[in-house]
Write a protein that binds this ligand. Structure first.
Ligand SMILES: N[C@@H](CCC[C@H](N)C(=O)O)C(=O)O
Length: 259
């Protein structure tokens, strides 16, 4: 049986999307997810998402990492599934949908290719030495570096992700370099087990960690450069509480097909 799929990308973080409102796709089928996400033997993607019906929300987002396992929240995936829901005429310019970390509100432009996604509030930023560990829907490690252009993000990210204290649950590892008008971020993603071109929950974690380091309070907007483009994170800092967090950026349909 062939399945109709859609390929989306948000700042180079790419996803296979399935309209699973009929419930035809078996969510337990991890081998299929892994094969379809494979860049040589499949469609190729950092993750796969199912758009499903939900009685109380516009839709439900179900996310799988490229290794075929269910993932935690994916920020860029969330922005892409909002663009997909608009393409399917399920929503217009605003939506409330359900993801693994709870309900999310999002706004989308009329053209459908710029999405602003509200992320979960964050109340705890932990430290590991000089570095930060926090959960923005997915678990993240944040380390400030100099010379990020030439850093071996694969080796260094893999090493931190596999440290004894993180190994079992896994963690996404973000390296950040400060520039006068933006942050440059590169991420090693758990579940892809490689560097990706962008990570939405990752840049969100980075923006909060940098604001914390600087003691910034009130309304903050951070411009972020990633390998696949530009993202923006807006939020309000009140002590160590971060609320009204929005991850903003492009979300584009690349192609569709049968597999
Ligand atoms: N790999 C993550 C979830 C995906 C993160 C994502 N790419 C994003 O944009 O936030 C996991 O830890 O399960």
């Amino acid at each position: 049986m062939s399945v109709h799929f859609y390929k989306y990308q948000g700042a180079g973080n790419d996803f296979i999307l399935l309209d699973n409102r009929s419930g035809a796709f078996n969510p337990e089928d991890t081998d299929t997810v892994r094969q379809w996400c494979d860049r040589r033997f499949g469609v190729g993607a950092d993750g796969l998402m199912l758009l499903q019906n939900h009685a109380d929300y516009d839709f439900e987002m179900v996310y799988y990492n490229a290794d075929g396992n269910p993932g935690s929240m994916c920020g860029n995936g969330g922005r892409c599934i909002v663009a997909f829901a608009k393409h399917l005429n399920i929503i217009d310019s605003e939506t409330n949908f359900l993801a693994v970390d709870g309900p999310h509100y999002a706004k989308i432009t009329a053209e459908g290719n710029w999405v602003e996604l509200q992320m979960i509030d964050v109340h705890a930023l932990n430290r590991d030495g000089e570095d930060y560990v926090l959960n923005t829907g997915s678990p993240h490690y944040v380390q400030q570096v100099i010379g990020l252009d030439t850093k071996d993000v694969y080796q260094d990210g893999k090493q931190i992700r596999n440290q004894e204290n993180y190994k079992t649950a896994g963690i996404n590892v973000n390296f950040v370099e400060e520039h006068p008008d933006h942050l440059f971020v590169r991420t090693f993603e758990r579940g892809v087990e490689d560097e990706t071109y962008a990570c939405g929950t990752g840049v969100t974690a980075v923006a909060l960690a940098i604001a914390h380091t600087k003691g910034q309070q009130g309304k903050i907007e951070t411009d972020i450069k990633v390998l696949g483009g530009r993202l923006k994170v807006q939020f309000e800092a009140n002590g160590d509480n971060y609320s009204n967090i929005f991850l903003c950026g492009p979300a584009k349909r690349v192609f569709e097909g049968e597999i």
